[in-house]
Design a binder for this molecule. Sequence first.
Ligand code: DLL
Length: 431
Amino acid sequence: MFFQKDIETMSRKEMDAYQLERLRWTVDYCYRNVPFYTKRLDEAGVTPEKIKSVEDIKHIPITTKEDLRDNYPFGLFAQPLNKIERIHASSGTTGKPTVVGYTKADIDHWADCVARIVTAAGATSDDVVQISFGYGMFTGALGLHYGLEKIGAAVIPNSSGNTEKTLMYMRDFGTTALVATPSYALYMCETAKEQPFPMSDYNLKLGLFGSEGCTPEMRSEIEKGWGLFATDNYGMSELMGPGVSGECRERDGLHFNEDYFIPEIINSESCERLSEGETGELLVTTLCKEGIPLLRYRTRDITRLNYEPCRCGRTGVRMDKVKGRSDDMLKIRGVNVFPSQIESVIVGNEQIGGNYQLVVRREGFYDALEVKVELVDSSLLESYGAIEKLNKQLQHDLYTILGIRCKVSILEPKTLERFVGKAQRIVDLRD
Ligand code: DLL
């Protein structure tokens, strides 16, 4: 079993001492190997000697995605390419991707981080795991792949797409665990139910989901559909990929791999550090990375940290499920709207499916939000009264949760696009 007790149950005092040593190492390593950081740290007057406690991290300048883009492709690498064993890139849809490189040690550490988290989620060497993330530049598939191999699971690298074949492998190989985005796991379930095979032909017990948000309502829909136990896994290519944090069986926050990463929470607008327990944007500093170490990297993800030990016995800090991103948070008529809030209303309604699309338009001086949803049963369309009632109900529920009115369009089943990777739910038609 890949439970690293000495690290995972360390006291806060021991972890602080460990992190302090690694933080000093990282600052020094960045200073010596990355000209971008030499300049940044000089400007800020930060030297490793000035870091006397983990708290002193606040004096280090913040690194952003723009810094990575400005230094595209390899400008922030701390090692020459002959020391780099693997290159990945982010899955961003706009502009140049952010490129990351891993040394041999980075790849080993990455596998350890993932192995720890999937073990906490309940995966073992008895599992047959199907990886339905896209293999390629995306870190999700290979990250989980190496971590699961490390714990001795039988890994099926079937990638995303070709859903019918994926389902055939799942039935024929007796797959016990599925790795996918939650939206793809739901779509796979929808497809499985349309096929002439009973759901009892599947043997799934564990879902290792991640790479995008998933509301509790959507998670329970996936769990009911497949009859599995689902955990949430968080990560980011710039930091490593999956393996930054993940849920254990208690599912009471995502355990952070604190010996590899220091998390902080800041206010997205002022960039001020927030106190323990406050919700804000996650900043992460890598502690062991050689290929591309990052100091105080802005993730744009909104969450909260909890330093209480977990019921599972692990003592490290846990982060809440990501509430949304500060940059895909929609501002509608001055109100902050997170797609996850809308998702919780949609998935909680039994007459409509889990797929939805949010369209934002400018109407006159105002922003208007349209929420497109799909019916589960198309026969409802025959009753105008029933559709009208459902529409009013959804508008009311959305208003209650968002505090703004929006238009609801109820569509026939399976009209909206399906995604095999991260779902793209927002269509913003404002300039
Ligand atoms: O999505 C890494 C990953 C792969 C994590 C597989 C977990 C499982 P990127 O493609 O660089 O990396 O996207 C990173 O995805 O900043 C979040 O906004 C979002 N994200 C990742 N995991 C979660 C999650 C991978 N569990 C960006 N919940 C991050 C919500 C998530 N959002």
